[in-house]
Write a protein that binds this ligand. Structure first.
Ligand code: PLP
Length: 375
């Protein structure tokens, strides 16, 4: 009999929602017209893009014209960083944190190479950038502050509203990489004061290879891809209509049940932690108390996170050692370094990220298998 797989790596990617898939199908098989064409066959695709933009905007309290479709989180982050640095203006510097995703860090390094200064701010041991720290770093030359909404390795959620206010005090723009948070945490861009926000559909049960960048009206930003007039001339290229529709369907569905899912995730976390504690397994839980629902970064002293991952894999359980994109590298993760985690704990760190399909039985099974390995 085939072993049942337990997937608990939802921070790496999520399962495509069945309704999202159904919504996508017509645009792959029947309504395949290029939405930019003027004939009537294109109407349905054009209308679907318009409706998807409205749906997504509503989910984060933005205006539809403020949503620009991209190929995912990496592109949205690159665009926010480079599009701001290169746009005409007197200010030059970017401020970000040491624990951002590589999509932000590498984009920052690229603008630095072209002579635009970047400062990588320190975070505290819970992986949080405090407004006071930002205030210490910000100067009159700061053009952009880019701080992730929630960290992909340790799940810490940042005080975004307070950080935005500090950025705006000196006239800087505020971008947040909300790839891990959107669809899992309620986000109101107007209330928070965000100028730009990156999102990726495959992290909220949408398809892979599609995302968006929220760009507040009036934000100075260079176009990312030059070519056709799609996306108001800001991001050229024929739209991936099916993926856009799937993303909107998935986001709306996730956002309509954020509270219920959050309670379920908290229950799964409690089961797993409870199991470890009952068996007197000693561990550190990384991140802040305000963290992504269902996200657990656990460090076991002198254990080997890589070995734990593979042993659990043999038992049919998918978890991660850190960031998905880093799991091929055996280097200590830059996030664990940024929070100052001791090497003896950092090496024995695993990330378990529950999703809406996980059950209590999954949490119990993960706990029991983990305990049997650790013992
Ligand atoms: N930002 C964060 C915080 C992420 O976790 C990820 C993916 O792991 C990305 C950006 C990149 O997103 P994508 O896979 O859509 O390019």
């Amino acid at each position: 009999m085939k072993k049942r797989m337990i997937y608990a790596d939802n921070a790496a990617t999520t399962k495509l929602d069945a309704e999202a898939f159904e919504a996508m199908k017509p645009f792959l098989l029947e309504d395949y017209a290029n939405p930019s064409q003027p004939y009537s066959f294109s109407r349905s695709a054009k209308a679907a893009i318009k409706a998807a933009r409205q749906t997504i905007a509503k989910c984060i309290n933005a205006e539809p014209e403020e949503i620009v479709f991209t190929s995912g989180g990496t592109e949205s982050d690159n665009w926010a960083i480079k599009g701001t640095a290169f746009v005409y203006g007197d200010l030059r510097a970017t401020l970000t944190t040491q624990m951002e995703h590589h999509a932000v860090l590498r984009a920052c390094e690229a603008v630095e190479m072209l002579g635009f200064p970047v400062v990588y701010m320190r975070v505290n041991s819970e992986g949080v950038l405090t407004p006071e720290t930002l205030r210490r770093y910000i100067t009159d030359n700061t053009k952009l502050v880019s701080v992730m909404y929630a960290n992909n390795e340790i799940g810490s959620i940042q005080p975004i509203q307070a950080l935005c206010s500090v950025a705006h005090e000196t006239g800087a723009l505020f971008h947040t990489d909300a790839v891990q948070a959107i669809g899992h945490c309620a986000i109101d861009v107007k209330e928070l004061g965000i100028d730009m926000l990156s999102a990726s559909a495959h992290k909220f049960n949408g398809p892979k290879g599609i995302g968006f960048l929220y760009v507040k009206h009036g934000t100075p930003l260079n176009p990312f891809l030059n070519g056709g007039a799609q996306e108001a001339g800001m991001r050229a290229g024929t739209e991936n209509v099916a993926a856009i529709v799937g993303m909107a369907t998935a986001l709306q569905k996730n956002c309509s049940s954020i509270d219920v899912t959050q309670r379920k995730m908290e229950a799964l976390e409690a089961i797993l932690i409870g199991k470890l504690k009952t068996e007197s397994i000693s561990f550190l839980r990384n991140g802040s108390t305000n963290h992504l629902p269902g996200h657990l970064s656990l460090s076991f002293k002198d254990a080997d996170g890589e070995a734990l991952l593979h042993r659990l894999d043999l038992m049919g359980i998918c978890i991660s050692t850190g960031a998905a994109c880093d799991s091929k590298s055996t280097k200590t993760s830059h996030v664990l370094e940024a929070i100052g985690l001791d090497e003896s704990f950092a090496k024995g760190t695993i990330r378990i990220s529950f999703g809406k399909d996980n059950t209590e039985e999954d949490a119990i099974a993960i706990g029991e298998n983990l305990i049997s390995i650790l013992k």
